[in-house]
Design a protein around this ligand. Structure first.
Ligand SMILES: Cc1cc2nc3c(=O)[nH]c(=O)nc-3n(C[C@H](O)[C@H](O)[C@H](O)COP(=O)(O)OP(=O)(O)OC[C@H]3O[C@@H](n4cnc5c(N)ncnc54)[C@H](O)[C@@H]3O)c2cc1C
Length: 336
């Protein structure tokens, strides 16, 4: 196993692990609650804001309306030494059963707005990709259709360089607005993110994407909307329907498919507690019935080991594993 990859995955997977897992003190909570454009919720179970429906409470969950409000959240987090964890649609993340120390932050308000100027589209990081793709297609602006079929915010998709059906978000992205603690918000050309297969250099850093600019092309809206519907139909046929999940658990290794390798190992349908390796798509773990993060991690370790033993291939998680789960995964995956 390449140690570099492991370390990189731990770092990328869990921005919050890079900081001490301090809680949020009362003064910090009160300062945030008193700031315009910040909605504060205490001890919200993260299961309620993730597509896997797993995860214990966060000290604080804040919803932030603007870059100014975000800057205040960053400042407060830094001031009390608390981790700040950005959350989009929660469709690519597994939170620990014990929850997360620190602040989990979601974007909305001004950060959920779309502006169109010619073929240039600017969207706040809190906008969902599905909505953006449909709205732009209705206006005869094409390019996002293939990215409309999975649950995602613009911010989450930019950070993950999400992709589907041969299109990655970097293909249509021109610039990204990035906020960092103590620094003015910067507009970065997409190349500065060094996007690769499900990676950018924003992963595992304290950078927060607040918005993105896309360059789309003019075309007929009605066929584009029909294509969105068709691609979504195809997509949902290949995925487990009805049961909570987080899409692909592992990145595809090289030219192969993680799902194929796991399937050949005979692991489709394998269960741990309430979690199951989907019988429809072996790279997806579903929450069948009150699954815990520990159940999902057990299945990930089982799949990683089986594929390693049979094919000599190292599967690397695509799903983000904050709060110490990345370290736990790698420790167990490597220990045999
Ligand atoms: C049914 C299903 C199908 C899927 N299919 C695909 C697919 O075809 N292709 C694909 O690429 N993915 C797929 N996924 C995975 C997932 O939808 C994508 O990775 C998505 O882009 C994640 O976006 P999100 O808003 O949900 O991010 P989250 O899951 O909330 O967060 C993901 C990571 O991004 C960080 N993040 C989120 N927002 C910001 C921000 N504004 N600034 C900084 N960091 C941020 C988080 O801290 C976390 O590390 C699928 C998931 C599901 C459930």
């Amino acid at each position: 196993m390449a140690q570099d990859n492991v370390t990189a995955d731990i770092d990328k997977g869990a921005a919050s692990v890079l900081q001490p897992p301090a809680g949020v003190n009362r003064e910090a909570r009160e300062r945030l609650a008193a700031t315009a454009g910040i909605e504060v919720h205490e001890r919200v179970r993260l299961a309620s804001v993730t597509t896997l429906r797993i995860g214990g409470p966060a000290d604080l969950l804040v919803r932030v309306d603007s870059e100014a409000a975000l800057s205040e959240v960053m400042e407060v987090a830094r001031g009390c030494g608390a981790a700040l964890h950005l959350l989009g649609h929660g469709s690519n993340v597994l939170f620990p059963d014990a929850g997360i120390r620190g602040i989990v932050c979601r974007l909305r308000g001004e950060l959920g707005v779309v502006e169109v100027e010619g073929e240039t589209v600017r969207a706040g990081a809190g906008v969902t990709l599905a909505r953006l793709a449909r709205d732009t297609a209705k206006q005869g602006l094409l390019g996002l259709e293939a990215l409309s079929g999975f649950p995602s915010t613009v911010g989450g998709a930019v950070v993950m360089n999400a992709g589907c059906y041969g299109t990655e978000i970097r293909d249509v992205l021109t610039e990204v607005r990035v906020a960092r603690p103590g620094r003015p918000v910067e507009s970065l050309p997409v190349a500065r993110l060094e996007p690769g297969y499900r990676t950018t250099n924003l992963q595992g850093t304290d950078a927060v994407v607040t918005g993105a600019e896309f360059r789309l092309r003019r075309g007929a809206g009605a066929p584009a909307l029909a294509r969105i519907d068709e691609l979504n139909r195809r997509r949902w046929q290949s995925l487990p329907s009805g049961k909570p999940n987080a899409g692909s658990v592992f990145r595809n290794p090289g030219d192969d498919h993680a799902g194929r390798l796991i399937e050949v190992c005979g692991l489709k349908g394998l269960r741990r507690g309430g979690a199951e390796i989907s019988g429809r798509h072996a790279n997806v773990i579903v929450n069948r019935d009150k699954a815990s993060a520990a159940d999902v991690l057990d299945l990930m370790v089982a799949a990683h080991r089986a594929v390693g033993e049979r094919f000599g291939v190292e599967l690397r998680p695509e799903i983000v594993l904050p709060g110490g789960l990345a370290e736990e995964f790698w420790r167990r995956a490597r220990c045999g």
